[in-house]
Design a protein around this ligand. Structure first.
Ligand SMILES: *[C@@H]1O[C@H](CO)[C@@H](O)[C@H](O)[C@H]1NC(C)=O
Length: 223
């Protein structure tokens, strides 16, 4: 009686342990990447491999910063920005807004310097002008649009964005989608930019084009 009771307890204990281990490893599994649970001994260390910064498909080399920028989706979901695995701006952080969302990062150290959302529909474009004029050399500029980046856009702002390496600031208009990473001392146009014009014929959402995502590795500025 005692022995079988002990056996039952032991069996119960191992069943619970197995269930717990299974749940724990299932939860840590990526949905796209179903593997045997680790405790079955099939994949000893592999599942512990760290994801690359900002969830990039390929990790960046040592002398590069990883970044990922997503524009807003229509006027519903706000934009987000990740830099070196740190979320700078996002709806969860509650620091994004309609218009243009901009973060400034020290191009040498990767330190965040300033973050701000500029309402380009009802806001005062002078605030954005002042912000852009104060950007100094060696600063990385990350930009994500949300809902409407274009209504209050003017030639001076367009020129400043172009001087940061933008190809599309010239034509940015009402409800266009735009994601961009540039810098003041860029010698050529930035390779990090995506743009979609608001066009009722091709819009993904009724009044807005599809959201845009931009990710990559930007070289650290060597002092
Ligand atoms: C970036 O950080 C370095 C080290 O703190 C500093 O010397 C440099 O002036 C900073 N660059 C800018 C543009 O602020």
């Amino acid at each position: 009686m005692r022995v079988s009771g002990l056996l039952r307890l032991t069996a119960l204990f191992f069943t619970l342990l197995a269930v717990w281990l299974f749940l724990r490893s299932s939860i840590s599994l990526n949905t796209k990447n179903i593997r045997m649970p680790r405790w079955l001994g099939m994949a000893p260390k592999e599942s512990q491999a760290p994801k690359s910064k900002c969830g990039l498909s390929k990790p960046c080399q040592d002398n590069f910063f990883a970044f990922k920028i997503s524009s807003g989706a229509a006027n519903v979901v706000g934009p987000s920005m990740c830099f070196e695995n740190q979320i700078l701006m996002s709806p969860v952080k509650n620091n994004v807004g309609r218009g243009l969302n901009i973060a400034l990062v020290n191009g040498t150290t990767g330190e965040v310097m300033k973050m701000s959302a500029f309402d380009m529909y009802l806001g005062d474009p002078k605030l954005l002008l002042k912000f852009l004029r104060e950007i100094s050399e060696g600063v990385l500029v990350l930009v994500a649009s949300y809902d409407d980046p274009g209504t209050k856009m003017n030639d001076e702002i367009r020129k400043l964005f172009s001087s940061l390496g933008s190809n599309y600031a010239k034509q940015l208009g009402f409800r266009d989608s735009w994601v961009f990473l540039g810098a003041k001392d860029l010698r050529s146009k930035s390779p990090f930019e995506q743009f979609l014009k608001n066009n009722p014929q091709t819009n993904k959402y009724e009044g807005w084009p599809e959201l845009l995502e931009l990710e990559g590795c930007v070289p650290k500025k060597i002092l």
